[in-house]
Design a protein around this ligand. Structure first.
Ligand SMILES: NC(=O)c1ccc[n+]([C@@H]2O[C@H](COP(=O)([O-])OP(=O)(O)OC[C@H]3O[C@@H](n4cnc5c(N)ncnc54)[C@H](O)[C@@H]3O)[C@@H](O)[C@H]2O)c1
Length: 261
């Protein structure tokens, strides 16, 4: 049966592949992005988040079956906080009333394997407190510093915080109680414009491989792989998976923390 989905970050990479997959299957997809989308919205701003909800409401008449929050960036900059955490939460919370009207509502957000790297305690505290002004200040303090794995703690911390947000909310009356499955996927390395530059050099590939060793099918997956996982998690078929952070990383997470079950 045809369903209505909202996909943020639909103009590129994982979001683009997910949008294509769902449309090819005959579903209606409202793509949201900074450009080349059905809804043009900057999710780092309050105006953009409001526009997203208002325009999706107008286009759907008030019912959405699946929300797939993919938009994100890796930059060592405060805007990463605005999009990866507050933009994702605003997408999920803002569209939750529209999901409630669906007979089989599902939501998924894209976190990252990078959440296992070093994060920043001060920024994490403000994200978990839902204080955007204070979180942006923390990101400014962190600046362009990188952690031991060469990533920005701004990026790794936003991805840890959104994973924790999913764990905390999935089981509640607003989500599970309303029949809404809520999950995250945590990709390792996916071949998209985000990783292109690193994947082009020998040195970059080696650095990515160190952080995300991938014994299953090589160092980087095509965006079609996470697109298939996101599509299933957001499908009618997913009746009982919720509150999960599902790693799609060729085995990297199982290498990095083998004791965890
Ligand atoms: N590529 C990887 O290896 C990888 C690994 C782990 C997690 N991720 C996550 O997957 C998601 C998608 O990344 P991708 O690799 O497809 O990257 P991408 O750069 O190809 O696509 C990201 C999309 O998000 C959009 N976006 C950025 N800022 C926005 C804003 N302010 N408002 C609205 N849209 C905005 C961009 O315009 C772009 O179309 C991100 O959340 C990223 O952190 C990617």
């Amino acid at each position: 049966m045809s369903r209505t989905y909202v996909v943020t970050g639909s103009a590129s990479g994982i979001g683009k592949a997910t949008t294509k997959r769902l449309r090819d299957q005959g579903h209606d997809v409202i793509g949201v992005d900074l450009r080349d989308a059905d809804v043009t919205a900057d999710l780092s701003t309050q105006e953009g988040r409001t526009a997203l909800v208002t325009q999706v409401q107008e286009r759907t008449g008030g019912t959405v079956d699946g929300v797939i929050a993919v938009a994100g960036l890796v930059a060592a900059s405060p805007v990463t906080v605005g999009v990866n955490y507050f933009g994702a939460v605003a997408t999920l919370e803002g569209l939750r009333p529209l999901l409630e009207k669906s007979a089989a509502p599902r939501a998924v957000v894209v976190a990252s394997l990078a959440a296992l790297e070093e994060t920043d305690e001060g920024l994490l505290r403000q994200l978990r407190a839902n204080d955007e002004a204070a979180a942006l200040k923390e990101a400014t303090r962190i600046g362009t510093e990188t952690n031991a794995a060469g990533s920005s703690p701004i990026y790794t911390t936003t991805k840890l915080a959104i994973s924790q947000w999913v764990r905390e909310h999935a089981k509640t009356a607003e989500w599970a109680g309303a029949g809404i499955a809520l999950n995250a996927i945590a990709p390792g390395v996916i071949e998209t414009p985000m990783t292109l530059a690193a994947l082009e050099s020998e040195e970059g590939r080696a650095a990515l491989d160190e952080g995300a060793p991938s014994p299953l099918n090589g160092p980087a997956a095509p965006p079609a792989a996470p697109a298939a996982l996101l599509s299933w998690l957001a499908s009618e078929e997913n009746t009982h998976v919720t509150g999960q952070i599902i790693f799609i990383d060729g085995g990297a997470e199982s290498i990095r923390r083998p004791e965890l079950v």
